[in-house]
Each structure stands twice: as C-alpha cells, then as structure tokens.
Ligand binder design. Sequence first.
Ligand code: 13P
Length: 253
Amino acid sequence: MTDAKPKPFIAGNWKMNGLKASAGELVQVMAGYAPALRAKVDLAICPPATQLIPFALAALGSRVAIGAQDCHAKASGAHTGDLSAEMIADTGASHVIVGHSERRTDHAETDAIVRAKAEAAWRAGLVAILCIGETEAERRGGTTLSVVDTQLEGSVPDGASAANLVIAYEPVWAIGTGLVPSNEDIAEVHAHIRQRLVARFGAEGEGMRILYGGSVKPSNAGEILRIENVDGALVGGASLKAADFLGIAAAYA
Ligand code: 13P
C-alpha cells in the first residue's frame, strides 16, 4: 500500500460481557451492515472467548469480522486458562486485540509481552489490534506523546504492515468514563502516531489504521471520526447494543 487513505474500521470490544443470548446483537449488526455501509467502513466484533466459535460461525459470509480480546504469545503448551493465537484463528476469528490497557493493568502486561502477542497473532494469520494510550497522570504531566512513543517502540514488532496491524489509541482516562480528549488533543496524538509509523515503516505506515478508543458513542462519533488520522474507533460499552454500534458506524454513511 502506498498513499491510499486507510478504509475506516470500527471494532467493538465487548470485554467481559455477553452470554449466549447476546448473539442477537450480532445478528442485528449483520442485518444493518448494508452494502452501502460495507463499502465505506469495515466492522468487527470482539466478543468474550466463550462466544468466539458461535459468533465466527454466525458471521461467516457477512463481512463482519470477529476478533478475540487477547492471546498468549506461545502456540501451545502448559498455560492454564490461556488461548493461543492459533486457537483463535481455529475458531474462524480474524482479529485479536493485544495490549489493551485493562490487560496491561490487570495482568501486568509489558510492552515486550504485547509485542510477543502481536507476533503470535501474525504467526497465526490474525490481524493485531494493538492498544496504546496514556494514563490520566501521564496526560496531566504532559508526557502523553513520549508515553505513546515508548509503547509504539516497545509493543509494535518489526514486520508490521497495513494489512496485519491496527493501532488503537485509547487514553486510559477516557475508557468507560464518558470523558473524551478535545478534538485538538486527539488530532495531535494521532498525527504523532502516524508520523512515528511512517518513520519506522515508510509508506506502509500511511495505510495503517489508527483507531481512537474511549467513550465513543453515536452522539460523539461523527465529530471524532472526522478528525484527521482517525481511521475508525475501538468501542467498548456502546458496542454491546447493535443500534449504538451501527449508530457509530453510520458516521461514515
Ligand atoms: P468504552 O468505549 O466503554 O469507553 O471502552 C473503550 C475501550 O476500552 C475499547 O477497547
């Protein structure tokens, strides 16, 4: 890929939400993903691991991609409770989120671990949705851009391409709080990420999608998704209801 602007991508991260009964939401998303919308935006849903197989089966042929929320770096072995990228690919899923701030915090995932997970995703043929973002203290301390630099350098493996990597910029303080950075702040960080990706990966970096995540909802999606270098969104809470998720995607309609 050279100078083509990336096709927008909206991914829903269901986190630890969703039982069998929530499959209806996926059905509604697929029903609302009409050809005109498909032409403009790619969609993915990342349900909990328990729903990967039914969701991947249900989504076959729909063009809604299914992703997992984490993977182990190894392909197999004695790692109780973990799922390998190969297992995720085996369900029919095509994407995996790595390095979400909740995993970095709850499971002490370092940049090196996240990097290994992204490499595992590629080994299994999955697209890695790799999350970075500053804490509230880092934002207040004025270190946002250097935090993002460290995370990009430490977490993104060599060999990244527009096809195998999606970056999600998610300020930790904006996740699930209803707080959103100003448009100027989002624009600044996304432009910075773009510049870093291009510096490291050349023209390929122009095509890599950089999603914004953190309290995205239908009412603010239009404004956020218009910002330069924002190529879509990683959506938590508002992705649990098909109407809200489609309402966000409709910003591109
Ligand atoms: P919310 O959209 O609920 O703020 O979550 C964002 C997020 O963490 C997506 O990965």
